[in-house]
Structures are given as structure tokens and as C-alpha cells.
Design a binder for this molecule. Structure first.
Ligand SMILES: [Fe+2]
Length: 195
């Protein structure tokens, strides 16, 4: 008998069943991580075209692909592909998130904001930790607590991740940080061109 593999639909149903029960954040991460683990264990669950960089335009070496959005629950699922040398400067998220590596590896660096937040356009970040995240591993984004990260692909081939958020990132007011100058730049995306 051939084992039935876990699909994107299975994941979406499981997450929406979970979210409709209005769980606390701990339960979202607990049950959600289990579900995401099953999804990232099966790369075939995601069409191959969504597991590649976009290949053209200003950021040809990167891919951010919308896989699913449930307007009722807010659930947003994307595939994010980091080509060789790809980089994202430190930024926040303003919603809970789970990131699972499906193929290859990525270096994720987390930061703490340590200024008094009195200035709108300036911040001081301290590096908290850095880790190479590998296939099957999941990292969590916790709003206000632990949600500022930088991403780098220091390997020689693309890395595929599945990103899961509690809210549509489009139209969400977020910020990007400049580590050298301390400048804080507002960002609001209209499409899935970031993470
Ligand atoms: Fe991010």
C-alpha cells in the first residue's frame, strides 16, 4: 500500500480548523508546527515552479509565491525561495509566523530592539542569535517579542521555505532596519515580494 502524502490542502484545512477554535499563540505554534513539519517533509506538495527563484526582473534571484490565503481566518501561506547569495535586511512582521525549510539551508539572524522607541525613524538593534536552518526545521515569529530577522543564503544553490502567517502581509505596516545607520524605513507591500 502506498502511503498518502500530506498535501497543501491538508495543511490549509488543518490550520483553518485550528484557527477557528481561537487558540492562544502557544497552541497555534504547537499544533501548527506539527502540521508544517508534515508539509515541509513533502516537497512534492508544492508545484515545482513555486520552488524556484522568479528568474527575471530586479530580484531575479528571489521568489515569493502565494500558495494560499484564507480571508476569514487570515491564514497566509507562501513559498519563499532564496537564490545563492540572496539577502533580506532586518525587518519585522507584526503578526505571528512560522517558517519551515523545505530544501537546502538558510542563515537566519535574529535581533532585539533595545532603544526606547521614542523616535519613529531610528532604532538600535542588538544581535540576538544566528543559526543555519535546515530542511525540516521551523522557526517562529512572535510579535513584539521575537520577530526581527535577517536572512542570508550563504550556500551555492536555492533554498526553499514555507512561510505561514496569521495575517495577510499585503497592506500591513511594517518596518525595515538599517543596522549601520539605525534608520528605520516603513514598508508596506502590495504583493508578495518579501517575507
Ligand atoms: Fe521575514
Amino acid at each position: 500500500m502506498v502511503a498518502v502524502k500530506y498535501t497543501l490542502d491538508d495543511f490549509v484545512h488543518e490550520m483553518n480548523d485550528l484557527l477557528v477554535s481561537q487558540p492562544n499563540q502557544e497552541k497555534i505554534f504547537d499544533k501548527g508546527s506539527d502540521a508544517l513539519s508534515r508539509l515541509i517533509a513533502n516537497p512534492d506538495a508544492i508545484p515545482e515552479r513555486f520552488r524556484q527563484p522568479v528568474g527575471a526582473g530586479g530580484r531575479a534571484n528571489h521568489g515569493s509565491w502565494l500558495l494560499h490565503h484564507s480571508p476569514d481566518s487570515g491564514l497566509l501561506v507562501t513559498a519563499v525561495v532564496w537564490g545563492q547569495g540572496d539577502h533580506a535586511a532586518p525587518h519585522d512582521h507584526r503578526t505571528w509566523g512560522m517558517i519551515g525549510v523545505m530544501d537546502n539551508a538558510l542563515t537566519e539572524t535574529r535581533f532585539r530592539r533595545v532603544d526606547d522607541r521614542q523616535k519613529e525613524d531610528w532604532a538600535r538593534l542588538e544581535r540576538d542569535r544566528s543559526a543555519v536552518v535546515k530542511p525540516g526545521e521551523i522557526t517562529l515569529l512572535i510579535p513584539e517579542v521575537d520577530e526581527i530577522h535577517q536572512m542570508d543564503n550563504f550556500t551555492d544553490r536555492p533554498t526553499v521555505e514555507i512561510h505561514v502567517y496569521g495575517q495577510d502581509l499585503r497592506g500591513l505596516e511594517r518596518v525595515r532596519y538599517n543596522l549601520e545607520t539605525g534608520a528605520v524605513r516603513q514598508m508596506m507591500t502590495e504583493k508578495f515580494d518579501n517575507c
